[in-house]
Write a protein that binds this ligand. Structure first.
Ligand SMILES: [Cu+2]
Length: 312
């Protein structure tokens, strides 16, 4: 008996040692080569998904150990060579009730927190800002609603050059080959951000694993999602719905920065304000607020004037 106990202890220790690298890798936001477990991500949603996954995984492991342990023990202990004779019975009501009720209880225990987390994932109320994401063949458009800031984001030119040239990509020189974009989606941390997601041509799906969800981008339909990124960093993703020949070449890059830095970035992306005081204005007390729009209008019309002649 002590020998059997010792064997189980050694087996448990071996299992723990084998699981250790997986537990260590699970800390990071982005996937690693040979990663075994899912990542924890950097948002509450991704943490919830990770927790639900770990609960289910642990339940599966415990059930697996119990079932296969009992099977192995029964096959070894009651083997034919030891003179064991198969029991003869057609059914046992007590056993049937037990093996129905226990799995139902296990499922309820697993479904309860999972459902609560799923409901929370779809609750976009009380968002502090909204970003509209539109999928195109083959790029993304981001609009910061109400901020007058929008831009497209597509595969970076160097990745595109390498893939079209047929040369072998060097992952040391280009560690983010096919995973970089020209314009990153900059987002603030510690902010509830609502996404409205759609597409302009075919179905795409916007997916950044570190945020913990993916959402279909469907023409004519506006889907919703939200995030609240806890850690500043660069998080990469891809289109996750087969959308055409360049489906594999429309990556996503989210750059999460602290709120103050985001405000600065957003201000820098807004169209230049019309009321720029002219530096040459000598009047020290009142900035010529009306003069500036007039200047802007004048320069705008000056810019427009030569256009017809240039065309003609
Ligand atoms: Cu796509």
């Amino acid at each position: 008996m002590t020998q059997v106990n010792g064997m189980w202890k050694r087996l448990a220790m071996a299992c723990t040692l084998l699981a250790m690298p997986a537990l260590a890798w699970a800390q990071s936001a982005d996937p690693h080569r040979w990663q075994l477990n899912m990542g924890k991500g950097v948002t509450a949603s991704s943490q919830h998904a990770y927790d639900a996954h770990m609960i289910a995984l642990i339940v599966c492991i415990v059930i697996g150990i119990i079932v296969f342990g009992a099977m192995g023990y029964a096959m070894f202990k009651f083997r034919k060579s030891k003179g064991a004779v198969a029991a003869q019975f057609s059914h046992n009501t007590t056993a049937e009730i037990i093996w129905t009720v226990i799995p139902v209880l296990i499922l309820v225990v697993m479904a309860w927190p999972a459902t609560a987390k799923l409901i929370a994932m779809y609750d976009t109320r009380d968002a502090e800002m909204t970003v509209k994401v539109t999928g195109y063949q083959w790029m993304w458009k981001y609009e910061y609603l109400g901020e007058d800031v929008s831009f497209t984001s597509r595969l970076d030119r160097e990745s595109d050059r390498i893939r079209q040239s047929g040369e072998k990509p060097d992952l040391v020189k280009n560690p983010h080959y096919l995973l970089d974009v020209d314009n990153q989606l900059v987002l603030p941390t510690d902010t509830k951000i609502r996404f409205v997601i759609t597409a302009d041509d075919v179905i795409h799906a916007w997916w950044v694993p570190a945020l913990g969800w993916k959402q279909d981008a469907i023409p004519g339909i506006v889907n919703e999602a939200w995030t609240d990124i806890k850690e500043p960093g660069v998080y990469r993703g891809q289109c996750a719905e087969l959308c055409g020949k360049d489906h594999g070449f429309m990556p996503i890059v989210v750059k999460a920065v602290p709120k103050a830095e985001f405000e600065q970035w957003l201000a820098s992306k807004k169209p230049a304000p019309a009321a720029e005081p002219a530096p040459a204005a000598p009047s020290p007390e009142t900035a010529p607020a009306e003069a500036a729009p007039a200047n802007a209008a004048a320069s705008a019309s000056a810019a427009e004037t030569p256009a017809p002649s240039a065309q003609g």
